[in-house]
Design a protein around this ligand. Structure first.
Ligand code: IMP
Length: 188
């Protein structure tokens, strides 16, 4: 069995490969640009993207979309996370939160999977806080300003440990659970 991972990020293909290897599913990287609709809902972005990909005749694939949602910024940067990261960056987010007491935030990762004619869309969440300064040299994106345990940022936590609680790790676990529930893959 094979699943195409449609992304411009080869790192994600590797993450999926690790998660799906036990299930006997091979992952194949496919670069296929698709429109990301303007909406504040990740699952809508994913669902519309899947419609477009299917209309191009591609089946058996995974797409995902993730972002950081900050409580006191009314969910910003959310679906605009990639753009915010490229423009204002982590320093810009910290600046917007200067003097703000409520540091609550969450990462969300929405995965859409088209497999054996079925469609599954799941969202994994990881709650935490925005720190007051950047810390750590690991990870990527918002990792240096996001702490799940309130002690270390994701940039200070080894990747394997991050995956145990991260939004993407949680979304992958939900996806595999649902694939098993529907009898699409075998396993306990
Ligand atoms: P994407 O949709 O997975 O490409 O994520 C959109 C943006 O959200 C990325 O450009 C990152 O800035 C940010 N992001 C997503 N996941 C993470 C993460 O695990 N750590 C830090 N930043 C993330």
């Amino acid at each position: 069995m094979r699943l195409k991972v449609i992304t411009s990020n080869p790192g994600k293909v590797e993450e999926y490969r690790r998660s799906f290897s036990d299930l006997g599913i091979e992952m194949e990287h496919l670069r296929l640009p698709y429109d990301e609709v303007q909406t504040s809902d990740l699952s809508e972005v994913v669902s519309k993207g899947m419609d477009e990909i299917v209309s191009k005749g591609v089946r058996d694939f995974i797409v995902d979309d993730s972002g950081l949602f900050v409580d006191s910024l009314k969910g910003f940067p959310g679906v605009w996370s990639a753009y915010a990261q490229k423009t204002i960056g982590n320093k810009g987010i910290l600046k917007l939160m200067e003097g703000v007491e409520d540091r609550g935030a969450e990462f969300r990762c929405c995965i859409g999977c088209d497999f054996a004619g079925e469609r599954i869309i799941v969202t994994g969440v990881c709650r935490g806080v925005i720190t007051c300064s950047e810390k750590g040299d690991g990870g990527f994106g918002f990792d240096p300003i996001f702490s799940e345990d309130g002690v270390r940022t994701f940039a200070e936590v080894p990747t394997a440990e991050k995956n145990e609680t991260s939004h993407r790790g949680n979304a992958v676990r939900l996806l595999i659970e649902e694939m098993k529930r529907r009898g699409l893959v075998r396993g306990r």
